[in-house]
Design a protein around this ligand. Sequence first.
Ligand SMILES: Cc1cc2nc3c(=O)[nH]c(=O)nc-3n(C[C@H](O)[C@H](O)[C@H](O)COP(=O)(O)OP(=O)(O)OC[C@H]3O[C@@H](n4cnc5c(N)ncnc54)[C@H](O)[C@@H]3O)c2cc1C
Length: 405
Amino acid sequence: MNTHAAFFTRDRTANPWLDRMRELSPGIADRAARWDRERSYCWQNVAELSEAGLMGMTIPRRFGGGGATYLQVAEVVEEAARHCTLTARVLVEANMGGISAVMAYGTDAQRAFAAPIVLAGDKPAICISEPDAGSAATQMTTRADRRGDRWILNGRKHWITGGGVSKLYLIFARAFDEAGVELGIGGFLVHVDPANGIEPDGFKVVRLERTMGLCGMPEAELAFDNLEVPDDMVLRTRSGFEQGFKDLMTAYNSQRVGAGTIAMGVAAGAMDRAKQYIREREQFGRPLAEFQGLQWMIADMEALVHASRLMLFEAAHSAALSDTGFPDMTKAAQAKAFASENAIKVVNDALQMFGARGYGDLEPLERMYRDVRMFTIGGGTAQILKTQVAGSVLGIKTPQTRQGT
Ligand SMILES: Cc1cc2nc3c(=O)[nH]c(=O)nc-3n(C[C@H](O)[C@H](O)[C@H](O)COP(=O)(O)OP(=O)(O)OC[C@H]3O[C@@H](n4cnc5c(N)ncnc54)[C@H](O)[C@@H]3O)c2cc1C
């Protein structure tokens, strides 16, 4: 059976995690404005998600997780994102990305160490971006120098989602052996839990960004000043440091599907609200829904959300068919770029249908609009993702980095 057939014939009614998420949705929707207004992390939601087994759904059963597929997680993420973008982001990062990298490439000891932390409610942080290495991530300068059985990390990361609230940090750094010879880029796992006295020397949250949306999620600048990481906390793929970054980034394809799914879920939620509103609100003696100008907008919005969902869920499902266990890179990039760009349009159009009411904070539309804006930037910009897709469909290396490779 080819990818498409397998995807379309899957019985999508069997998703116990989605049922549990739906039970939590009303409370999560009620609290969504609060995290935004107070710029506070959604600890109450995290406790509920953890209790319901939604943190660490993808962790294999032998490590205490649920063994869920990425498609099942995507369905849960869409449901959460319809009500609270922040909660959906927590879900993505507790089930995709960093934790997936540990489960796929970590040693059994690393898996056994990380799993209970996530199951108890942690959303691991992935630390790649630096002030001078954004889209050109491999130009990072954070370094890790080998000293016996430890590595000494020095450098700075910024825009690290969850910095200060996360307990697990997967830090990417250039690794150097004892002789100072560069080995490649590796992933270093660091555990931080001040409430339980785990405060590694040399790990510092320097500052928090003041963001336009997703205001309850800390975006932090981190500094590492001779931060010691034991060698057994290095995430090594089979190809070692040389190809390590490339391998570890396969895990990031799951995070991209997750991020695109959040954008699509926010758009779906905004569209649902707009459909209800234009049926109820009357102008010129008729419900707004009877005006063709808005009907055609709704038709386009439906098509964009539907197309995004199909692309994203198919990308999520591609993980089940791949050797890596992660979504296909091209499908993930294409789906995230498409969904994130179109979600901005859909949420904007939904807000438009509310008129002035959409611009005020009596409705969640203005918050959703601010929230959804980030998904063409974080986790690989739309331009970089399209460059990847173009390279793949044209079968060429896209000569658009400084090195031209
Ligand atoms: C809310 C949020 C959360 C984030 N979370 C994390 C996180 O948890 N961990 C982490 O490591 N990073 C995180 N990031 C950082 C994110 O990955 C980077 O912002 C992103 O990779 C882009 O880098 P940059 O911002 O430096 O933009 P730049 O790379 O400077 O790009 C600026 C503009 O130029 C375009 N551009 C750059 N190169 C090209 C090219 N070759 N061709 C065409 N256009 C190009 C980009 O698309 C963009 O529009 C987050 C960012 C945001 C906004």
